[in-house]
Design a binder for this molecule. Structure first.
Ligand SMILES: *[C@@H]1O[C@H](CO)[C@@H](O)[C@H](O)[C@H]1NC(C)=O
Ligand SMILES: *[C@@H]1O[C@H](CO)[C@@H](O)[C@H](O)[C@H]1NC(C)=O
Ligand SMILES: *[C@@H]1O[C@H](CO)[C@@H](O)[C@H](O)[C@H]1NC(C)=O
Length: 225
């Protein structure tokens, strides 16, 4: 069918537009704020037990966030998320940061590490993340804005992948429906145009015949005469 070829660019255009509009949507949320909900340290790293620890949080390349209240081990400190030093940090699309809790050292040696890890938006599929390091600390973070980031994340395991699969399936379904409608429309238009053309050709042909008859009549008359 001659119509087969010119249809391809059009269908792929629609496919592209659909793909772009759907895949860009989760990208609209670019930054999510992370707050500390609670923390408990299980020990301090100071040799002199009388010295109060100075605990702080830091992500690589960012400023320190001191936790002025956290002074005693084995005590749970809860926060509202509105404290002067909150939020702790921002997380952006599908990008992890290297962050940790540290204790400032009163001697010249480098600061002690409670825990250091890759902090990712996908840690927050339900907006809450608990980080536990044995014998060191237990901290709970909140990031409600991370939920769409976690859902959009490629690395998100388990139930989140189902959502993504469903999403892709829906997009494919819509694209297929739209292309089917377009193909049928174009086939119908082509058929109609073909029919019209045939009718016109027929009319022209008949007209030609009538004209031809006239000429023949004239010629016949000439011959007789
Ligand atoms: C980090 O601290 C410095 C100096 O206190 C300040 O100028 C800078 O704006 C801070 N950066 C961020 C991201 O808060
Ligand atoms: C975090 O993002 C908010 C807005 O999304 C911005 O106002 C704030 O400065 C950011 N903080 C850091 C530390 O990047
Ligand atoms: C860590 O802290 C959270 C919140 O305070 C608590 O629910 C959880 O049981 C703690 N986990 C451990 C292992 O201490």
């Amino acid at each position: 069918m001659p119509i087969g070829n010119p249809m391809h660019p059009r269908v792929s255009w629609i496919l592209l537009v659909f793909w772009l509009s759907f895949s860009c949507f989760p990208g609209l949320i670019s930054s999510a704020v992370v707050t500390l909900k609670s923390i408990e340290i299980y020990k301090t790293h100071e040799m002199l037990k009388s010295v109060k620890p100075v605990v702080y949080f830091r992500c690589k390349g960012e400023n320190k966030t001191d936790l002025p209240d956290v002074k005693k081990p084995n005590e749970v400190y809860n926060f509202k998320g509105e404290e002067s030093w909150q939020p702790l940090t921002n997380l952006t699309n599908n990008k992890c940061k290297r962050c940790g809790f540290y204790e400032e050292d009163s001697f010249i040696k480098s600061d002690d590490i409670f825990d250091e890890w890759e902090f990712c938006p996908s840690d927050f599929p339900h907006g809450i993340y608990t980080r536990i390091k044995e014998k060191e600390m237990n901290a709970t973070f909140a990031c409600p804005q991370c939920i769409p980031l976690a859902t959009a994340s490629e690395t998100a395991p388990d139930s989140r992948n189902e959502g993504k699969g469903m999403h892709v399936f829906l997009v494919i379904l819509i694209v297929m429906a739209v292309s089917t409608v377009i193909i049928f429309g174009m086939v119908a238009a082509y058929k109609y145009w073909q029919k019209r053309k045939r009718q016109q050709d027929q009319a022209r042909f008949l007209k030609l015949f009538e004209d031809g008859d006239d000429i023949e009549d004239e010629l016949g008359l000439d011959n007789v005469m």
